[in-house]
Design a protein around this ligand. Structure first.
Ligand SMILES: NC(=O)c1ccc[n+]([C@@H]2O[C@H](COP(=O)([O-])OP(=O)(O)OC[C@H]3O[C@@H](n4cnc5c(N)ncnc54)[C@H](O)[C@@H]3O)[C@@H](O)[C@H]2O)c1
Ligand SMILES: [Zn+2]
Length: 433
C-alpha cells in the first residue's frame, strides 16, 4: 500500500542558489589575494563591524562578568554533558598493534589534528550551543590549537554569553568575524590564528559554500544545510507534544522542513489541527519563520504499520529523528538513516540541540544516508605504521618482488629484494650454484 499523505509539502527545500557559489568564489579569490585587509572590508560592508577582530582576554572577562549567573550555570551544565559525551567517544578511538607474521608488526594511531577552526553562527540567532558542540569536541579530541569565530551582532560584537561559552569550551582565541570572511580567516590563518587543518560548525548558505570550496587542502566536518526533523508516532503518542515539537523545530526558518509519519489517523488529525495555533502563539520573527517552514515544507504521512514508518524514515534520512511510540528498543535496532535519534516522548530534539550531550552538528538534506554528525573522530586522524624485522623480511621480499614484476614495476622488486636476509642470499646462491 502506498503511504497516504495527509499534508504534502508544496515547496521544495531550496538548493544552494547558483548565485551563492559565484559570490563565494569571488570573495575567496579576493581574500586569498588581499588577506586581512579584504576580510576587514567584508566585515565592515556586510556586518557593519569596524572594531578589532581578535577578542582580548580583558574583553572576554568583562563579557563573562555581565552574563547572569543562572545562564552561566546553564551553559556550564550543558558543557559538562557535551564534554563528557565527547570524552567517552574519544576513549573508543583506540590505537592498536598486531603481529601479522612473525617479525611483521603493524598498527594504527589516533592523532589529533594540530589546528581546528570552529565557526559559530550568529546571524539570526546567537547559537551559544553551537559554540559548545564544536569547541568542546575539538578540545576532548586533543586538538592543541582551537580558533573560534562568530559574526558581530550589532556594535557590541559577539554577545557576552556566546563569548563566555566559547571561552569555557576551550577556544584558544576568538575572532569577531563571520560569514565567508570568517571561514577564510581561519582557513588562511589571518588575525593571529594559525591556518586551520579542519573547519567545522554550522552556518548559513554562504558559510556552507565557503567551507565546500575550501575543502581539499583543508578538511571540513560536513556540508550542512538547513536543519530538518522527522517525528515517528504511533497511537500511544501525545498529539500536543508532537505538535509542539514540530513547531519548535520549524522555528529554525523557512528552509527547515519538519515531517511527521504516523500509523494513527486521529493523532495526525489532532496534530494538523493544533499546529496553526501553536505557530500563532510564537513571538515574531520566529512565528513567520515557523509558518513558512510548516506551510511550504511540512509533511504528514499516514503509514500502515511501523515497518512502513521505518522505511519512510530511512528514505528521508533526517538530521533529527524522534520516535514517540512504544517498543523503543525495536526502533533503535531497526532505524538506520539519521543524524541523531531521540527515543521516547520524554525527550525532545530541543534537549539535544542545547544541552543533552550528543553533538548537534549533524548531516542535513539526506546526507545521513552516508555520514553521522560531528564527533571527536572528525578531529582525529587514524594513521598506520609498520615495522619489519628478522624472519618476515624474506617472505615479504619474495612476495613483493613477485607482485611487483607482475605489475611491471622492476624498481619496486629490487627495493624489496635488497631486504632479503644475508643468509637467504647465501642459500639462494648455494642452491643456484
Ligand atoms: N545543523 C546544525 O547543527 C545547526 C545548528 C545551529 C545553526 N544552524 C544553521 O546555521 C545557520 C545560521 O545562519 P545565520 O545566517 O543566522 O548566521 P551565520 O553566522 O551562518 O551567517 C552570518 C554571516 O553571513 C554573511 N552574509 C549574510 N548575507 C550575505 C551576503 N549576501 N553575501 C555574503 N555574505 C553574507 C555575513 O557576513 C554574516 O556574518 C542557519 O541556517 C541555521 O539553521 C545549524
Ligand atoms: Zn533545533
Amino acid at each position: 500500500m502506498p503511504i497516504t499523505v495527509l499534508k504534502s509539502a508544496p515547496g521544495q527545500p531550496p538548493q544552494a542558489a547558483a548565485g551563492i557559489a559565484d559570490t563565494v568564489s569571488v570573495m575567496l579569490a579576493r581574500l586569498r589575494a588581499g588577506g586581512a585587509q579584504v576580510a576587514l572590508e567584508y566585515a565592515r560592508n556586510l556586518d557593519g563591524w569596524e572594531g578589532p577582530v581578535m577578542v582580548t582576554r580583558a574583553a572576554i572577562d568583562a563579557a563573562a562578568a555581565r552574563v547572569p549567573q543562572a545562564l552561566k550555570d546553564d551553559i556550564a551544565w550543558a558543557h559538562e554533558n557535551i564534554s563528557r559525551f565527547a570524552a567517552a567517544q574519544r576513549a573508543t578511538a583506540q590505537d592498536m598493534e598486531i603481529e601479522l607474521r612473525p617479525g611483521l608488526l603493524a598498527g594504527q594511531r589516533q592523532i589529533p589534528l594540530n589546528a581546528a577552526g570552529c565557526y559559530v553562527p550568529g546571524g539570526r540567532y546567537a547559537h551559544i550551543a553551537s559554540a559548545l558542540m564544536t569547541i568542546a569536541t575539538a578540545r576532548e579530541a586533543g586538538v592543541p590549537d582551537i580558533t573560534a569565530c562568530s559574526p558581530p551582532r550589532g556594535a557590541a560584537g559577539i554577545p557576552d554569553a556566546m563569548l563566555y561559552a566559547m571561552d569555557l569550551a576551550g577556544a584558544h582565541r576568538i575572532l569577531t568575524i563571520g560569514g565567508v570572511q570568517g571561514v577564510a580567516a581561519m582557513a588562511m590563518g589571518l588575525f593571529g590564528a594559525p591556518p586551520a587543518d579542519i573547519l567545522v560548525g554550522p552556518g548559513n548558505a554562504y558559510v556552507a559554500e565557503a567551507k565546500r570550496q575550501l575543502f581539499g587542502p583543508i578538511g571540513i566536518d560536513m556540508f550542512a544545510g538547513p536543519t530538518d526533523s522527522l517525528i515517528l508516532a504511533d497511537g500511544s503518542a501525545d498529539a500536543e507534544l508532537v505538535a509542539a515539537d514540530l513547531v519548535g523545530q520549524a522555528e529554525h526558518g523557512a528552509t527547515s522542513p519538519v515531517w511527521l509519519a504516523t500509523t494513527h489517523r486521529p493523532l495526525a488529525q489532532a496534530v494538523l489541527a493544533r499546529i496553526p495555533d501553536l505557530i500563532a502563539a510564537l513571538p515574531e520573527p520566529n512565528r513567520s519563520a515557523a509558518r513558512a517552514a510548516w506551510n511550504d515544507l511540512g509533511e504528514v504521512a499516514l503509514c500502515d504499520d511501523r515497518e512502513e514508518m521505518a522505511q519512510y524514515a530511512d528514505a528521508k534520512a533526517p538530521e533529527h529523528l524522534h520516535v514517540q511510540a512504544s517498543d523503543l528498543d525495536w526502533w533503535r535496532g531497526r532505524l538506520s538513516c539519521y543524524g541523531s535519534l531521540f527515543l521516547g516522548e520524554e525527550t525532545t530534539v530541543s534537549f539535544g540541540d542545547k544541552a543533552a550531550g550528543p553533538n548537534h552538528v549533524l548531516p542535513t538534506g539526506g546526507a545521513a544516508r552516508y555520514t553521522g554528525g560531528l564527533s571527536v573522530h572528525k578531529f582525529l586522524k587514524t594513521v598506520t605504521w609498520q615495522r619489519v624485522t628478522g624472519p618476515a623480511r624474506d617472505d615479504l621480499a619474495r612476495v613483493t618482488a613477485g607482485i611487483s614484476r607482475a605489475e611491471g614495476m622492476e624498481g619496486h622488486a629490487r627495493s624489496a629484494e635488497l631486504r632479503r636476509l644475508p643468509q637467504a642470499d647465501t642459500m639462494a646462491a648455494t642452491s643456484k650454484g
